[in-house]
Ligand binder design. Structure first.
Ligand code: F6P
Length: 342
């Protein structure tokens, strides 16, 4: 068999570990050949391939990013895109595709399988941890640890200078990174997209924290919004999946906190630092296990399936179960964090 592999969407620590596991197991246990597709769905759409054999995946386990490149190309927005992919796969003798991606990349995978009969197996990834049907996605643990380390370092400056520091982390629709890094880093307030915040309440927390002689750290997800308010923050341009480019809530909040409390406030945007560099041990192991189990799904012809983590077991679900609805932070999880606010 000849198997195509692609990585789409935002890069994420652990992508190379999945690719390595797929190629190593597929080659050694099944004698398969692999084709690497460049840049997510752009690869099969435009027939952009690279060699992908065991020698190509040597040494990539600890490397961040993806040796296959990535993009947010949406072939379903291209006239005849799905048909073109089908023809290109057939012409290249590719029997099946392993698509490694988040909500958008896997949404395309589900449609290509369900409506066009393309043989696809999916592997979930995203630092945001917002895919349903899997307990965790790889990349999340690394991102949370990077954000936690930043928060740890910021505590000392906040306290030395008696400043409020606002740490903006990724999380467009789901506040998992903010919640976990804020809890792990001892933030005084955590603001997430699922729970519109009261500016007045945030300023009260800031003031109460200063009264205790400690300086406040606020962790805010990029998609968090004030209740009843609107932030004119978003870049109007959207990607092929209709997402605006977020960023700026931290700076806005810093100005508001200064105005309302009279205390100095500074914003730090962690941005893509959260997605970069070497994956944590947890992410390397999860990514590797996902890759190994994806090979089993291909071997059994379980098209339209996605590997997922349930507890400690790797199971299979249908791709659309993971993409139909985002996994957001439940109110009860946010309530746990609220105990430490102020
Ligand atoms: O989905 C992963 C993610 O890192 C989100 O947290 C963030 O909103 C988005 O990607 C940023 O995308 P880009 O790197 O394309 O600007």
């Amino acid at each position: 068999m000849r198997i195509g592999v692609l990585t789409g969407g935002g890069d994420c620590p652990g992508l190379n570990a999945v690719i390595r596991a797929i190629v190593r197991k597929g080659a050694s246990q099944h004698g398969w050949e692999f084709v690497g597709y460049w840049d997510g769905w752009r690869g099969p759409l435009e027939n952009l391939t690279r060699p992908l054999d065991v020698a190509d995946v040597r040494g990539i386990l600890p490397r961040g990013g993806t040796i296959l490149g990535s993009s947010r190309t949406n072939p379903l927005k291209v006239d005849g895109g799905a048909e073109r992919i089908k023809e290109n796969l057939a012409a290249a003798g590719v029997d099946a595709l392993v698509a490694i991606g988040g909500e958008d990349t896997l949404g395309v995978a589900a449609t290509l399988h369900d409506e066009h009969g393309i043989h696809v197996v999916a592997v979930p990834k995203t630092i945001d941890n917002d895919l349903s049907a899997t307990d965790v996605t790889f990349g999340f643990d690394t991102a949370v640890n990077i954000a936690m380390e930043a928060i740890d370092r910021l505590h000392t400056t906040a306290e030395s200078h008696h400043r409020a520091l606002i740490v903006e982390v990724m999380g467009r629709h789901a506040g998992w990174i903010a919640l976990h890094s804020g809890l792990a880093g001892g933030a005084n307030v955590i603001l997430i997209p699922e729970h519109p915040f009261s500016l007045e309440q945030v300023c009260d927390y800031v003031e109460s924290r200063f009264r205790s002689q400690y300086a406040p750290i606020i962790v805010v997800a990029e998609g968090a919004v004030p209740d009843g308010g609107e932030l004119a923050l978003q870049d109007a341009t959207t990607d092929a999946f209709g997402h605006v480019r977020l960023g700026g809530v931290g700076e806005w909040l810093a100005r508001q906190v200064e105005q309302h409390t009279g205390k100095e406030a500074r914003a730090i945007v962690l941005g893509h630092v959260q997605r970069g560099g070497t994956p944590s041990a947890f992410d390397r192991v999860l990514a590797t296990r996902f890759g190994l189990h994806a090979v089993d799904a291909v071997h059994e012809g379980d098209w339209g399936s996605m590997v997922a983590l349930h507890g400690t077991e790797i199971v299979r679900v249908r791709i659309h179960e993971a993409t139909e609805q985002l996994k957001t932070v439940e109110p009860s999880r946010y309530a746990e964090a609220e105990v430490f606010f102020g």
